[in-house]
Design a binder for this molecule. Structure first.
Ligand SMILES: C[S@@+](CC[C@H](N)C(=O)[O-])C[C@H]1O[C@@H](n2cnc3c(N)ncnc32)[C@H](O)[C@@H]1O
Length: 400
């Protein structure tokens, strides 16, 4: 597919493959999100889900998707056996129709090809082809470099097949813009959203988050509970810098999506941490996200977190411990989480997100489900516990 023929602006309404990337483990959540927005799902990979739509559709996807990292719109695909073939075909694309004169663009890539030792070389060949083409057609040389705050072109090259995309997100969607104070071991915003969606919590019942750290889970829960689009927190996306971007209709879309959000929740969101510094950071981050009035913050040991009646979801993301001394201390903490679940959380669904399954065994309760997620390179589990009245203790089933 090439976007070249006819009116240059009509490429905005041309249908193509759209690939949404995400962290490993997240595709099932992302798939559900895509379907719920009315888009088809064409395929699902280890860290991406493919759909189809127009470049205009990517505006909605960038605003509404919670668990994806980047929205890639396919420009063209072809066979390339070496970097020269890559360059030649890249230079045949009518870049001057899409990239404004005097603009800035950057090239990113995911390359696994025998002729490429360093993906930066493939990026350079793509960049040269685009610059040479635009210079030849317009006499003006566009600027390029590593910044992703303007136009981003993404190359995916496997075996001999090249795909070239507009990365319509620019900066990844995990950068919502509210986490000014990240603290130690924060959870990525998109992963936190995936964890909440995996619990099934959509705003009904309470959402309790002891050990809240910088507040990511509580903030994402507030956004989900209100149905507030995470993209409304950002003012810059890659697609805004392409030729023919229609700013008035973008503003109309934002207004419409903003108006669809609720302004109240049915349940309570409570976020606590024993660290005063963490709670202060979480409050500031929640204020930046515009949801501070919806979250009740407290400084306390997790076991002292108030658990209102009515049930809901209680989610903890304890440290996993890297040093020996830490692990010994954490064993006792994980055991105490089990006691907390048993004694104070009846009627709730309990969740622990951890990268250390040996520690998780210390919880001592039967897990109902175990979902695998990757937090960066670390394989983690979201462990689900049903916390019945007088909760059952483990009977031969432990966290695996
Ligand atoms: C891995 S961090 C949580 C990160 C959080 N999900 C985020 O996105 O920022 C673990 C948090 O647990 C807190 N914590 C550790 N032990 C605790 C305890 N006994 N009671 C309350 N909070 C505790 C730490 O202060 C830290 O903020």
């Amino acid at each position: 597919m090439v976007l070249n023929e006819g009116n240059p602006m009509s490429f905005w309404s041309r249908k193509s493959r759209i690939v949404l990337t995400c962290a490993k483990g997240v595709p099932p959540c992302l798939r559900e999100e895509i379907l719920s927005l009315g888009f088809p799902v064409l395929s699902m990979g280890i860290a991406e889900v493919a759909t189809e739509g127009t470049l205009e559709d990517t505006l909605r996807l960038n605003l509404l998707i919670r668990t994806g990292h980047r929205v890639l719109y396919l420009i063209d695909s072809w066979d390339a056996k070496n970097p020269d073939e890559l360059y030649r075909r890249m230079a045949q694309i009518n870049w001057e129709d899409y990239i404004p004169e005097k603009s800035y663009f950057s090239v990113t890539s995911s390359v696994n090809h025998p002729t490429i030792n360093d993906s930066r070389f493939a990026n350079l060949r793509c960049k040269d082809a685009i610059v040479d083409r635009i210079k030849e057609k317009t006499g003006i040389r566009p600027d390029s470099g590593p910044e992703k705050d303007k136009i981003v072109i993404h190359l995916y090259w496997r075996k001999d097949l090249c795909h070239i995309f507009f990365d319509t997100s620019g900066e990844p969607l995990s950068k919502r813009g509210y986490r000014m104070i990240p603290l130690k071991a924060p959870m990525q915003e998109t992963l936190a959203a995936a964890v909440i969606l995996a619990t099934g919590w959509t705003g009904n019942g309470n959402f309790i988050n002891p050990m809240c750290g910088s507040g990511t889970l509580a903030i994402e829960a507030a956004l989900i509970g209100l149905g507030r689009a995470p993209g409304l927190l950002r003012s810059n996306f890659g697609f805004m810098h392409l030729k023919g971007f229609n700013e008035p209709s973008w503003k109309t879309l934002r207004r419409k999506i903003r108006a669809e959000a609720k302004d109240r929740l049915n349940g309570r969101i409570i976020a606590t941490d024993m660290s005063q510094q963490a709670v202060e950071a979480a409050k500031k981050n929640a204020a930046t996200a515009g949801v501070d009035r919806l979250i009740e913050f407290g400084i306390c040991d997790f076991s002292e977190t108030p658990m209102p009646g009515g049930g809901g979801v209680v989610t903890l993301n304890p440290e996993y411990g890297e040093r020996m001394g830490e692990v010994e201390y954490l064993k006792a903490t994980y055991k105490r989480i089990g006691d907390f679940f048993k004694n104070k959380c009846q009627g709730y669904k309990g969740y622990i997100f951890t990268g250390n399954l040996d520690l998780a065994k210390k919880v001592g309760l039967r897990t109902r489900r175990r979902l695998s997620f990757f937090n960066g390179p670390i394989e983690c589990r979201l462990l689900e516990y049903d916390l019945y009245e007088g909760s059952r203790s483990k009977k031969g089933s432990e966290a695996r």
